[in-house]
Design a protein around this ligand. Structure first.
Ligand code: 5RP
Length: 247
């Protein structure tokens, strides 16, 4: 191959590996700083949380920690089972010591967009049950204002029969556009763990996320929004230089 294609390839894999390392370091920092013996731990969803569960399992083995894990999705449940960690639920553990989860974007006041993986409703429920909600992310999620990094919009979980009216109300009242999230080969809509659909709302300009979040939640047919306002206590960012910062 010529130099230029080789060069592009190298840079791609290099930046991918850098982001993975950043996710891993953020996840390890969160688990090491916030999980203690006898904790009930909420386990988020996505690719960053995989590293957090790796670290939880390692600490359980090495330090003989006794923890209990509450999943936020089918994926999280599978991760917990794969590592042989004790699995629980909100029936038995409605109060969590800490919940750790990823995010699609984090703004300067720790408002989050979540739901890239479609698990936003359970993620928000579990986060709300936790005394401390800790977020882990790589440097690409760090943003001054929402929408600067994450271009797919705010995920909104809706009851299937209501997706058209909900979509019309949102765009009429708040502008932008909504897209019904489709699955593989666009053969049909993505169906969430709760058997609902996801609308991705590509917003134009929003100044008050707290108000917009509450207004969208009030629309009949909306189950939950991927806006997490005033919930994250701390966000760990894995940086490009291999360090971890938090805010
Ligand atoms: C899933 C989520 C995830 O936490 C979010 O999409 C981040 O995922 P990743 O760690 O793979 O970037 O909200 O609903």
């Amino acid at each position: 191959g010529n130099y230029s294609s080789g060069h592009v390839c190298f840079r791609r894999s290099c930046s991918g590996a850098m982001a993975e390392e950043a996710k891993k370091r953020a996840a390890y920092a969160a688990v090491d700083n916030h999980v203690q013996d006898s904790h009930v731990v909420g386990v988020g969803s996505g690719s960053t949380i995989v590293y957090a569960v790796d670290r939880l399992a390692e600490r359980v083995r090495q330090e003989k920690l006794k923890i209990v894990c509450v999943p936020t999705s089918f994926q999280a449940r599978q991760l917990i089972l794969k590592h042989g960690l004790p699995l629980s639920d909100l029936d038995r553990h409605p109060e969590l010591d800490v919940a750790i989860d990823g995010a699609d974007e984090v703004d300067s006041s720790l408002t989050l967009i979540k739901g890239g993986g479609g698990c936003l409703a359970q993620e928000k429920i579990v986060a709300d049950c936790a005394k401390h909600f800790i977020v882990i992310a790589d440097y690409r999620k760090d943003s001054k204002c929402l929408g600067q990094q994450w271009k797919k919009g705010v995920p909104i979980e809706v009851i299937p029969m209501a997706y058209v009216p909900v979509s019309r109300v949102i765009t009429r009242r708040f502008g932008g556009e909504t897209v019904l999230r489709m699955g593989i080969n666009k053969a049909g809509p993505v169906v969430t763990d709760n058997s609902n659909f996801i609308l991705d709302w590509k917003f134009e300009s929003v100044h008050n996320w707290k108000e917009v979040n509450m207004a969208i939640k009030m629309i009949p047919g909306v189950v939950e929004t991927g806006l997490f306002v005033g919930m994250a206590e701390r966000v760990y960012f894995g940086m490009q230089d291999g360090t971890v910062t938090f805010r």
